[in-house]
Ligand binder design. Structure first.
Ligand SMILES: [Zn+2]
Length: 289
């Protein structure tokens, strides 16, 4: 039979270099006062292992709430000296091995939770749910967290054949451009706008592309022609079919009247109908009309 312990080792939920000094428990929040005991850290810019303290500062960050109470970490943490050429004038702050991002006011696990909620619902819904859990966060902050994670992802490499199309972030207001690898059908880039300007910048970084499948609008065609003049441009089947259907609908709308009455008593229409069938038809027509 398992032995149940009534205590919880709170220190085990935090990095070993971040020691708990005291805990305040109020009616709506828990404040944990902590200080760093680290003697080294990894520079968040250049990756160098640093050993020289530059100073220290106090930072207040939010962590995952406990039983509906807001969790505040009041931390005294170190800045380190980084003497590499890339960081000569900086004093990077320790990040405790991924526990706390540089300059962040939330622990990484709280940011992760906000992003997971946003992906499953929306940024505003994520913020509303988290506020109900006593986390202070706005929809705009959730958007910034998602963008930060997106920017950290390694650039996706696409093949030589791509498909380009536009889409609406918000219909009739803001549009974007999506680029798909034709071989894998994976999305390789989401760009702002659909006027071809951002597409040009993307193509400059991907000059190995030899085939572009696109719609028949001129913006993308001009961008590809300008940056990759030898690239084969293909009007894709979906847009050809879409354009054909639009043209057929336009002709039908112009040539055929919206209503076309068929006389019930017309000899050519009722040669095979009995008198009772015609009467039933009239009755249905009256009921429907
Ligand atoms: Zn550095």
């Amino acid at each position: 039979m398992a032995i149940l312990d009534s205590t919880l080792n709170l220190q085990s939920f935090y990095p070993s270099d971040l020691k708990i000094l005291s805990i305040e428990d109020t009616h709506d929040k828990i404040i944990i006062h902590m200080h760093s005991t680290s003697t080294s850290c990894t520079c968040h810019r250049c990756g160098a292992l640093l050993h020289q303290h530059h100073g220290s500062h106090r930072r207040t960050v939010q962590d995952l709430p406990i039983l509906g109470k807001r969790m505040i970490l009041d931390m005294q943490i170190y800045d380190y000296e980084c003497n590499s050429d890339a960081c000569a004038s900086s004093a990077p702050t320790e990040t405790f091995g991924g526990f706390l991002s540089y300059n962040s006011r939330m622990t990484d696990r709280l940011e992760d939770f906000a992003c997971v909620l946003a992906v499953e619902t929306s940024c505003e819904a994520s913020a509303r749910i988290m506020k109900s859990m006593n986390v202070k966060i706005s929809g705009d902050t959730v958007i910034r967290l998602l963008l930060k994670r997106y920017s950290k992802q390694p650039a996706k490499i696409c093949g030589s054949s791509i498909g380009i199309d536009d889409f609406a972030f918000k219909k009739r207001h803001t549009y974007g451009t999506i680029i798909v690898d034709e071989a894998t059908h994976n999305t390789v880039a989401i760009l702002d706008g659909r006027d071809g300007a951002t597409l040009k910048e993307w193509l400059k970084q991907n000059k190995h592309v030899t085939t572009v499948s696109r719609d028949r609008a001129s913006a993308y065609a001009k961008a590809v022609e300008e940056i990759l003049p030898n690239c084969m441009q293909i009007a894709d089947r979906f847009h050809l079919h879409q354009n054909l259907m639009e043209a057929v609908n336009k002709i039908l709308g112009r040539e055929i009247p919206a209503t076309n009455e068929i006389p019930i008593n017309s000899p050519e229409n009722n040669t095979d109908l009995s008198t009772s069938q015609i009467e039933a038809g009239k009755k249905n027509l009256i009921q429907c009309g």
